[in-house]
Design a binder for this molecule. Structure first.
Ligand code: NAD
Ligand code: UD1
Length: 339
């Protein structure tokens, strides 16, 4: 069985390529390297001792998609490709809607032309907006997103639902990720954000490294036990394991399904910092700052549907997430760039 992994060179995509090779799948990765480095895929091949096919190209480019489907026998697609910087999406809404939505529409069209109608889509807990219930189940109504990035996820979900309604030969799994962090234990692949990180864990690892002076904790006056926001951090290896389980679901011609991928445990910003210090022995100086616009106080999943239907459950805790994120950062202080 062969899997097309769009966005395969990125943070989650590279971990997926690795796991799929380990599980015996053939892997075809497509990435335009807009936010990644092809070294991640060289390292995936080094870790596994197996080879994959890499196409450097764009999901908006029908020519490259057509070439992939004619040159390779693809059974499933895991669709990670997309732009994901929340702040940038507010500045460049057209670019985000075009890349993520037109890109997905183009991919879906080329897939159906090739008769490949099995897809797993990377969605996000951001589609719940300010969630109507905690913990968040999949039945929780979708909410109002605070930024164009979030809307692209919400709209692509709707597109997939309508495509399935019109043609139930499609098998579609929508995975709503909570907060993926950590890295493969080899410390050869990991998250490599360009510029100053927006997300908490890469910011913490860069402070620990001394590249950034201190962490700013966005808001200490929320209605939570320690006043800081609560999130559901999930180890990237658990998250990717959920995708492999979802492929098995596609193999059963399961139609359309939606799953939360989270641990079900809420962790505050300060708890994450404490865990990081315990797991690594490295200090993380921080200062309290104002709230960040668009943040919600509490967001964590009820992941029981994925356990029931996919037989999937997260195995790693925050300690391991911090340890593995740090190992990657420490051994690759400049990410995939050479020292
Ligand atoms: P990433 O930026 O590391 O990976 C995305 C990859 O897609 C990059 O390698 C980028 O170069 C590629 N890409 C972007 N536009 C493309 C295009 N038009 N054609 C071909 N390739 C293109 O991000 P990630 O963290 O690995 O996220 C993967 C997916 O998961 C994204 O869709 C993201 O929105 C979603 N997601 C991520 C998180 C998270 O916290 N990391 C949370 C929820 C959802
Ligand atoms: C953010 C995005 C979300 C996206 C997700 C994964 C926003 C509002 N939401 O989620 O749409 O799907 O990333 O890419 O941007 N924090 C600090 N200091 C920092 C960075 C973060 O205190 O320097 C806090 C935040 O306020 C938040 C928590 O840490 O409470 C987690 O932040 P982050 O990693 O950015 O993830 P989310 O905001 O949950």
């Amino acid at each position: 069985m062969n899997v097309l992994v769009t966005g395969g060179a990125g943070y989650l995509g590279s971990h997926a390529c690795l796991k799929l090779l380990e599980e015996g799948y053939g892997v075809v990765a497509l990435d335009n390297l807009a936010n990644s480095n092809s070294k991640s895929l060289e390292r995936v091949q080094k870790i596994t001792g197996k080879t994959l096919k890499f196409y450097e190209g764009d999901i908006l480019d029908r020519e490259v998609l057509g070439r992939i489907f004619s040159e390779q026998k693809i059974d499933f697609c895991i669709h990670f490709a997309g732009l994901k910087a929340v702040g940038e999406s507010v500045q460049k809404p057209w670019e985000y809607y075009n890349n993520n939505i037109t890109g997905t529409l183009t991919l879906l069209d080329e897939m159906r032309k090739a008769g490949v109608k099995n897809i797993i889509f990377s969605s996000s807990a951001t589609v719940y907006g300010d969630p109507a219930q905690i913990p968040i189940t999949e039945e929780c109504p979708k909410g109002s997103c605070t930024n164009p990035y979030g809307w692209t996820k919400s709209m692509i979900e709707q597109i997939l639902m309508d495509m399935y309604k019109a043609d139930n030969e499609w098998n579609i799994v929508i995975l709503r990720y909570f907060n993926p962090v950590g890295a493969h234990q080899s410390a050869l692949i990991g998250e490599d954000p360009k510029g100053i990180p927006n997300n908490l864990m890469p910011y913490v690892t860069q402070v620990a490294l001394g590249r950034l002076p201190q962490l700013g904790v966005f808001g200490g006056d929320y209605d939570t036990p320690d006043g800081t926001c609560i999130r559901d951090y999930i180890h990237v290896l658990d998250l990717i394991d959920g995708h492999v389980k979802a492929i098995k679901k596609l193999e059963d011609n399961s139609g359309l399904s939606i799953y939360n991928l989270g641990t079900g445990h809420g962790v505050s910003v300060l708890e994450l910092v404490e865990n990081f210090i315990k797991a690594t022995g490295v200090d993380v100086p921080y200062v309290m700052k104002d709230r960040r616009a668009g943040d919600i106080p509490v967001c964590y999943s009820d992941p029981s549907k994925a356990e029931r239907e996919l037989g999937w459950k997260a195995q790693y805790g925050v300690f391991e997430m911090c340890r593995d994120a740090w190992n990657w950062q420490m051994k690759n202080p400049k990410g995939y760039e050479e020292e």
